[in-house]
Design a protein around this ligand. Sequence first.
Ligand code: ADP
Ligand code: MG
Length: 722
Amino acid sequence: NTVRLQAIRDVEAYVPPAAVFIDTEAPGEVFGENVFNQVVMQKRLPKSVYKSVMSTIEHGATLDPLVADAVASAMKDWALEKGATHYAHVFYPLTGFTAEKHDSFFEPVGDGTALAEFAGKTLTQGEPDASSFPNGGLRNTFEARGYTGWDVTSPAYVLENPNGNTLCIPTVFVSMTGEALDHKTPLLRSQQAMGEHAERILRLFGHTDTKKVVSFCGPEQEYFLVDRHFFLARPDLVNSGRTLFGSKPPKGQEFDDHYFGAIPERVLGFMMDTERELFKLGIPAKTRHNEVAPGQFEIAPMFERGNIAADHQQLLMTTFKTIAKKHGMECLFHEKPFQGVNGSGKHVNFSLGNSELGSLLVPGDNPHDNAQFLVFCAAVIRAVHKYAGLLRASVASATNDHRLGANEAPPAIISIFLGDQLADIFEQIAKGPATSSKGKGSMTIGVDTLPVLPTDPGDRNRTSPFAFTGNRFEFRAPGSMQTVSGPMVTINTIMADSLDYIATKLEADVAAGTDFDEAVQTLLTEIITEHGAVVFNGDGYADAWPIEAEKRGLANLKTTLDALPELITPAALELFEKYKVFNHREMHSRYEIGLEQYTLTIAVEAKLTLEIGATVVLPAAVRHQTEVATNIAALKAAGVEVDLAPLEEVSTPIAALRSALAGLRTALAADVGHEALAEAEHARSALLPAMAEVRAAADALEEIVSDDLWPLPTYQEMLFVL
Ligand code: ADP
Ligand code: MG
């Protein structure tokens, strides 16, 4: 009676919870209900305080400390009315997860009672002990101090819990010396740098007094759902987020029947429930659909300012995990929970602009004539070409290595897809001024009742890591588990560099008396000539592409260990220092943490593989072997002529499993010293292959051992039963 068979019975008996949408509630009614947003602030803050806060949010003015007290007091009253008993500074340490330290509002007042207190200084600054977060050498362990600081630009919110609510305040997290220990600090710094240089260009185009330019991010999140009974019966899923064992099911995704298919009722119930929670938190959930693999789905909220999108994205992942449990399921954000079917990514849709001018990457009807758009577009081309290695490094992790370049996600080679129309325009620009734009087409369907449908001037491309999609670029390489901050920091910073370069050039030309249009034309031609090699509109999965890419001088950094050194090249160190995003120490710390996380991830998986292989798979296989042997002995005793082949069939993979387990044990015990790079190298070259051997033997056994003895829920069960 295996754990697996019990899980199957439990799944059968499970009854999902009833619908959560209340009959009388209009959709959207709850939107922002738990957010201390502009409307709430306008209602509750004195006018001058409100204006001061808004000028920080909209124009990047430094926050006036005097207003903090007034905001804190209003925020506290609002939160108490919402049932909050505690407040928490929420921050984003380099673990990639969200961290929070809760404090009660209530303080004793001496007469035996307590009063709710929340001062401005408590709102603006906190001091969590930081010694247990990764810091890559930025702090000595005896200097444990870390500080959190209120990010005024990201709204505070109340998080509900049946036993009491908490006021959450998004914050940065820095060391005593002001060095970044988190993902938010560099995101804010990089956004500032990018905005400053974008505004210089806008001034040249006559927008002399426009609002602050910020980056926008629309993250698409892919994930898997698995029934929780199965999940709990898989120690590998519980502890590493992916299955370290499991033979490919007879039916996978070959039928292409899951993508955009009808959403199973239970899953739809979960989606409605999560969306309602997201709405309350002001997270604009928009699109939902089935993804390519069985059991795989996607959610895409509407794009928002980069740092808010990043905070919301983190909150979305926590919400999904919590609500999935409520529906008897586990939500998996791992990039490759199941071998042999598609993994999950998180596409980062990027644009820049402000509320006045919208996205600066909108081509308009005649892009060839839209110099401002072409300049911003050229900035992207230059940035991606010049700093492709940094983009690659920004998505590097042990978990994403299973997915990148595996014909389901973009290849590890960073290139840009422009689409027909733009590619054509830049080809014209390479030779001189562009004179025409390929227009929108139309398509006749051949059914009288259907209208003639317009077609876009450019097709979509599913294989490109960095694709222009009409009004934005979509960076498709980020992993499903990672925060969007890393990629956004990189995009903002390399854009700051390109925009600075362009602004400096154009300003100098104009000062020297060159005609502005002519200066722009010369610049565009120069950029596309020098950086056009990064533009690739073909099939990124084709075998010919890596060869062609090499000819073009584009790097193919296949694994995390190939990509991470990009963070500490002299050019990278100089770039991040110049735009005040990271100093050299901070860059080195990120590199060290990248290596550390890589090693830790693989080491945990290796130990799990050993444990499960030795204590779960091997005993089941031996039981089966014993049954076969007993059967043969019985037949022999009965005088039947016996065939030993069935015994060999199971004994051979058992021997292979034993020897693979011994190999893995040896690899795990090897002394490789304590140098981060050496440890990571060992993980890649010794642990990963040793794990693969154990898995191969175990997966072979899965296909032989009798079904009632097999202990681990199978792929078939986990992927298809929801
Ligand atoms: P697709 O499947 O075509 O990639 P989705 O609808 O799944 O598109 O997701 C597109 C994402 O891009 C959404 O999050 C959307 O809000 C975002 N997006 C749209 N316009 C912009 C823009 N100008 N800047 C940033 N993100 C954008
Ligand atoms: Mg999508």
